[in-house]
Design a protein around this ligand. Structure first.
Ligand code: MLC
Ligand code: AMP
Length: 495
């Protein structure tokens, strides 16, 4: 029988602790047992889910991983959805990928139950599943599709990024090798579990290595820092916004508290930043404060991690480093020529076994995203003294706020439903904490008035919190070019 390597490897660490939360712990054997039971419950009378889509609505931790492995061991495709999404965002993901089952817990079940009922989707509260008969599980080949992650792009609606078990394995192995993960590592998990940063870089790399994860239901700064001061962790992975928030918090603490926490950070073997640009100033502030040189890396849902500063070697502020093991990177100039020298900017293109298989049900979008077998990232970079430096994105319609990738077009479409808004253009403006702040520039209907708090309030329930505009500018008309098209650079110039 072919078993998924991530799961097969857990047998070698059966008695090691995989998850710790306070005094409660679960071993690798516990995950194997629980995922087997949940897989049997998913299958019922069937022998194989045959790539049926199963959504996961769970916080990171033991339950999430047991459910994830259950879906995989039963032959299904896992589709994690955002805990704080609105019902219409959930509905879009569930219908776009024709999900047949949603796995959740007792806390979330009541929130999604009405939608599941309306869509005719089976709802499974994993906490209600106790005894299940032992059942033999199907053989899973590496080429089988394993996961769909929804990602925003230059279209108004998010696209489902499909990865196979082989893609996921390649993404994990590359990082385990580059950053020297080992069974003695201990890492906190506070990132959302519907994106690769939390799923692959933290959780899957840890479990591949036999390491220990300490999950937090949310980014609970004080609880995490208490554990840092107790030397609980060897590794730390976060988005730049979190480092900004940590610096602000450390500066506000008493000397003794600050010293204890800084000691914990100092003694970690590695601290990583990614998912958005880490300003060189934050990098330098963090080193001055803790003595730790952050390792910045670059990745994307479609490709996993591609470029990283070195674990042993230079960690250059403002640069993302060199290609990771198994990943090929090239830059393509606007002229279409492949760049072969340093100091020439071009689009990052990536090739390798970690690159995703396809966008779910969107063959044209998949074809457009590739140049032969090279994936076109839409990010611009330049190679300088052997390291890549990210220069920005080709599309102004993509915003990164707090590490979340957002589509300006999706937010515009939502805002246009507001009775007072005649036209709008959404842009990202530089922001010290969030990287970019979602900013709405609106033309209002006759005599209407609108302020930011009213708009933010209206957005609740319509858009996830991180998509809600943080700034609003009301204008008499939007800047347009000679063809009558709104030009976003001119919109940005209004600020
Ligand atoms: C929260 N808020 C945000 C926000 N997150 N506003 C803008 N952008 C965001 N991302 C708002 C809330 O609505 C709230 O507003 C206020 O900020 C405080 O909310 P909070 O929930 O207390 O914030 P916090 O818990 O501190 O969350 C911040 C965060 C979170 C940085 C921890 O945004 C986060 O987990 N980001 C990580 C996203 C991620 O994992 N991306 C990886 C994608 S994969 P109010 O009005 O209520 O005060 C990828 C590939 C790769 O990119 O390379 O890794
Ligand atoms: P996502 O689609 O959510 O996976 O986000 C991927 C995008 O995040 C990339 O295309 C980049 O634009 C951005 N990104 C990730 N890491 C970095 C980084 N270190 N510096 C700058 N941008 C980054």
């Amino acid at each position: 029988m072919t078993e998924i390597p991530l799961i097969a490897r857990a047998r070698a660490h059966a008695t090691s602790i995989a998850f710790r939360s306070g005094t409660s712990t679960q071993t690798y054997q516990d995950i194997l047992d629980r995922s087997h039971g949940l897989a049997a419950a998913l299958l019922g009378e069937a022998d194989d889910l045959n790539e049926a889509r199963v959504a996961l609505l769970l916080p990171g931790g033991f339950g999430y991983v047991a459910a994830q492995w259950a879906i995989w061991r039963a032959g299904g495709i896992k589709l994690p959805i955002c805990l704080s999404a609105t019902e219409s965002e959930w509905e879009y993901a569930l219908t776009d990928s024709s999900v047949s089952i949603v796995m959740t817990d007792a806390a979330m079940a009541p929130k999604i139950a009405p939608l599941c009922e309306r869509l005719g989707v089976r709802l499974m509260d994993i906490e209600a599943i106790t005894a299940v008969p032992v059942k033999s599980l199907p053989s899973i080949s590496p080429e089988r599709r394993a996961m769909i992650l929804y990602t925003s792009g230059t279209t108004s609606k998010p696209k489902g990024v499909v990865t196979t078990h082989a893609n996921i394995q390649a993404q994990i192995e590359s990082l385990v090798q580059a950053w020297e993960w080992s069974a003695s590592d201990r890492i906190p998990l506070f990132l959302p579990m519907h994106h690769i940063h939390g799923i692959i870089n933290v959780t899957s790399c840890a479990l591949w290595s036999g390491a220990m994860i300490e999950p937090f239901a949310r980014f609970d700064l004080n609880a995490i820092l208490d554990r840092v001061s107790e030397d609980a962790y060897t590794l730390f992975m976060a988005v730049p916004t979190i480092y900004v928030k940590l610096i602000q918090a450390l500066e506000s603490f008493s000397e003794s508290k600050r010293t204890a926490i800084i000691g914990g950070f100092k003694r970690m073997r590695l601290m990583v930043s990614g998912s958005a640009a880490l300003p060189a100033s934050v990098h330098e502030q963090w080193t001055a404060l803790t003595g730790q040189k952050l390792l910045e890396r670059y990745g994307m849902t479609e490709i996993g991690m591609a470029i990283s500063n070195l674990y042993h070697g230079e960690r250059r502020p403002g640069a993302v480093g060199a290609p990771l093991p198994g990943v090929e990177v090239r830059l393509k100039a606007e002229s279409g020529k492949i760049i072969t020298t340093e100091d020439m900017p071009g689009e990052i293109q990536v090739r390798g076994p970690g690159v995703f298989a396809a966008y779910w049900n969107r063959p044209e979008a998949t074809a457009e995203a590739f140049n032969g077998d090279w994936f076109c990232t839409g990010d611009m970079a330049v190679l300088e003294r052997g390291y890549y430096r990210i220069m920005g994105r080709l599309s102004v319609d993509i915003i990164k706020s707090g590490g979340y990738k957002l589509s300006a077009l999706e937010i515009e479409a939502a805002l246009l439903e507001h009775l007072m808004i005649a036209e709008c253009a959404v842009i990202g403006l530089p922001d010290d904490t969030w990287g970019e702040a979602v900013t709405a520039v609106c033309v209002l209907k006759d005599k209407a008035t609108l302020d930011l708090p009213t708009l933010r309030d209206w957005c609740k329930g319509r858009l996830s919190v991180y998509k809600v505009p943080q700034r609003l500018l009301v204008v008499a008309e939007l800047p347009r070019n000679a063809m009558g098209k709104v030009t976003k650079p001119a919109v940005k110039a209004l600020f």
